[in-house]
Design a protein around this ligand. Structure first.
Ligand SMILES: *[C@@H]1O[C@H](CO)[C@@H](O)[C@H](O)[C@H]1NC(C)=O
Length: 232
């Protein structure tokens, strides 16, 4: 019985090395640690019992080996507990940023533009805005932390309008989306995506390009989304 338990301890020790893998379930790992602690306690009791029963027997030597194994395993369990604690606090600290919005829905045909200059667009219909990084009044996304962010921009145009929007980082053009007449069909969708390393406080916005228009109705075909992929 003693040998079986020691072997099981060694299997657990291997599993402990995987603790930093992103797929681990913290609760499950904590449960395993508790079970291991219970097993070690009963092994220690068993050793004490054997020692008391056979004070002069050769098995003193054997129990010494087991005791060493138990101590090694116990150290691994302590290290595993520290790792679990670290993972748990990291998970709690993790910044969560995700927003997705479309132009305000309206059942009436609505053109935005054209204007003589590039003009800020505010995507007023919010699907999700975790972390409130997208300001729904100004249309400006402000990076709350340094990290890599993914942005997606979808443009819809109708009736061969000359349409176009562009994504800016602070005041610099990053990517654009355009569609120009003549078009064979009445409807056109265009999109662009980009991943950007942003510093805390960097601002991302979308502007309607000068002399162009976009078309929006209740179908929500003009969208702007941004997600924090990971912090840096
Ligand atoms: C959005 O921007 C406006 C104007 O700068 C500001 O007054 C408001 O507090 C901002 N909203 C959020 C949620 O930060």
């Amino acid at each position: 019985m003693l040998i079986t338990t020691v072997i099981m301890l060694n299997i657990w020790a291997t599993a402990a090395d995987d603790l930093l893998s992103p797929n681990i379930n913290i609760i499950e790992q904590l449960g395993k640690i508790q079970i291991m602690e219970t097993r070690m306690e009963s092994m220690e009791k068993e050793i004490e019992r054997l020692k008391a029963k056979n004070p002069d027997c050769r098995c003193q030597k054997d129990t010494g080996v087991y005791e060493h194994d138990i101590m090694t395993s116990q150290q691994k369990v302590y290290a595993a507990e520290d790792n679990v604690e670290e993972l748990r606090s990291k998970n709690e600290e993790r910044v969560k940023v995700a927003f997705s919005a479309s132009l305000l829905s309206s059942h009436n045909i609505k053109y935005i533009g054209p204007y003589a200059e590039d003009t800020m667009i505010v995507y007023g219909k919010i699907f999700t805005n975790i972390g409130n990084a997208y300001n729904t009044t100004t249309g400006i996304f402000s990076a709350p932390v340094k990290g890599v962010y993914f942005f997606n921009l979808v443009l819809f145009t109708h009736d061969a309008l000359s349409a176009g929007v562009k994504l800016l980082k602070n005041d610099d053009h990053v990517v654009g989306v355009t569609d120009n007449p003549p078009t064979e069909d009445k409807e056109d969708t265009a999109s662009n995506s980009v991943s950007l390393l942003l510093e805390e406080g960097d601002q991302i916005s979308v502007k309607l390009i000068a002399h162009r228009r976009i078309y929006t109705d209740g179908f929500r075909r003009n969208t702007f989304s941004g997600h924090l992929l990971f912090t840096m």
